[in-house]
Design a protein around this ligand. Structure first.
Ligand SMILES: CCOCCOc1ccc(-c2cn(C[C@@H]3NC[C@@H](O)[C@H]3O)nn2)cc1
Length: 448
């Protein structure tokens, strides 16, 4: 057994996102999002699940906050649904939507919990997608308008801000692989989306500064750490491409003002180019205050010319996997955080980390021991990272409760709290009580 003590000011939290938990999809003046459309497209989401009801947190957020208070967290990461604020994307502002989030944020603060806001967690107003989505500068301008509304409304209440969640998912999972909304499968489109959201990010940061908004702002890339299957240069290069598309493709423009040239050249070979306009890179590289990092797993990759746009194939090494099929390997978090130091020792929050473990209720309890084991391993790496002097300031478990897991629908469960989707009864799992003790003690005590 080892005891890992955390810094006194370390932030402990959980994370969710609007489309995954709110429900009330046709209430409060909310407009249609690309996920409403995608979920209703046959074959896109498991079982035809959608976010119409989800966890009904739109109506039950006080119950959720009670669970957060009992858990003992001091930070809660959530997202605002753009379609609740400007239902058609860039037209009239919906006061009812703003009022809902004011009630929610006020209740969080009342409970002593710091709101940690993601402006965009994938629920783009459908009207903007119909007009070209992130590849159209109209959407970029619309995002800035939406962000400025939120900055003005919540400055003073919110002090931690993220522009985008997982830009790789927004651009490549959703527009190259077609697995998430809107489901495009085109390399140039995905590169256009990536560039559009980066310009939107930079413009929003400029507005954040100009408006004197309180707090700190950043972005939350997801990590795809990969190590080469062999010592061959081809396998190492395949890993470099996988890592870079999730990280460098977004953080080089932000921190260096330019895309990673080796990846630009790689895509040029496939006939795809970045639609950079005059001044874009200066806008994108506005200084930011923090990074959110989402980590779930890592891979052992090798070169395979048949393996998609990156010709990089993950090899199944027989590791223990979670129920969504991702290997449990916490080592990649430690390696990645040291990789990230090339951008400087920037303030980092782990804004998502968790395990899909689909254990169900047994005699009124959920004995999700595998999830506890996953968290134990990853928190031990967090301690290692902090011990190395890296500015890792906080940790948000994904997720507070089971919720709509995108194309997997409701079959995949990441929550510390079990959700009965019929009754909407929330039941804390054993991992909830384990995490509660870690937070209370501010230390991790490994069980073996
Ligand atoms: C067969 C090819 O497969 C390619 C990879 O396909 C995926 C699918 C899904 C993910 C994925 C899902 N999550 C969890 C979410 N993060 C944000 C929050 O909303 C969580 O619900 N992170 N990454 C990655 C890759």
């Amino acid at each position: 057994m080892t005891i890992f003590k955390f810094p006194q000011d370390f932030r402990w939290g959980t994370a969710t996102a609007s489309y995954q938990i709110e429900g009330a999809a046709q209430e409060g003046g909310r407009g249609v999002s690309i996920w409403d459309t995608f979920a209703r497209t046959p074959g896109k989401v498991y079982n035809g699940d959608n976010g119409d009801v989800a966890c009904d947190s739109y109506h039950r957020y006080e119950e959720d906050i009670e669970l957060m208070k009992k858990l003992g967290i001091n930070t809660y990461r959530f997202s605002i649904a753009w379609p609740r604020i400007i239902p058609d994307g860039d037209g009239e502002i919906n006061r009812e939507g703003l009022d809902f989030y004011h009630r929610f944020v006020d209740a969080l603060i009342e409970a002593g919990i710091e709101p940690f806001l993601t402006l965009y967690h994938w629920d783009l107003p459908q009207t903007l997608e119909d007009d070209g989505g992130w590849g159209n500068r109209r959407t970029v301008d619309a995002f800035v308008k939406y962000a400025e509304v939120i900055f003005k409304e919540f400055s003073g209440k919110i002090n931690f801000w993220l522009t985008f969640n997982e830009p790789w998912c927004i651009a490549f999972l959703s527009n190259l692989l077609g697995i998430h909304a809107p489901g495009n499968k085109d390399l140039q489109t995905s590169i256009n989306v990536a560039h559009g959201l980066l310009v939107a990010h930079g413009k929003a940061v400029q507005s954040f500064r100009r408006l004197g908004t309180t707090g700190q702002i950043g972005i939350a890339p997801n990590v795809c750490w990969a190590e080469p299957y062999s010592k061959s240069p081809e396998d190492q290069a395949a890993c470099d491409r996988s890592i870079a598309l999730n990280t460098d493709w977004f953080l080089d423009p932000i921190y260096k003002g330019s895309y990673p040239q080796f990846m630009v050249d790689w895509f040029a070979e496939a006939g795809a180019t970045v639609p950079i306009q005059e001044g874009d890179m200066e806008i994108i590289s506005q200084p930011i205050d923090l990074l959110g990092i989402n980590y779930y797993t890592m891979g052992i990759n090798r070169f395979n010319p048949e393996a998609g746009a990156l010709q990089s194939e993950e090899v199944d090494m027989g590791l223990t996997k979670t129920d969504i099929g991702w290997p449990v390997e916490s080592r990649g978090l430690y390696e990645f955080m040291h990789y990230l130091q090339k951008y400087g020792n920037v303030d980092v929050y782990i804004t998502e980390n968790g395990a899909c473990i689909n254990d169900d209720l047994e005699n009124g309890k959920i004995n999700d021991d595998r999830r506890i084991s996953y968290y134990e391993q990853h928190l031990a790496q967090i301690h290692r990272i902090i011990n190395d002097g890296i500015n890792l300031k906080g940790y948000m478990a994904w997720s507070l409760m089971d919720n709509f897991e995108w194309a997997e629908g409701y079959r995949m469960r990441f929550g510390l709290v079990h959700m009965d989707y019929r009754s909407l009864v929330r039941t804390p799992k054993e991992s909830y009580y384990w995490y509660q003790s870690v937070i209370k003690n501010n230390w991790l005590e490994t069980r073996n």
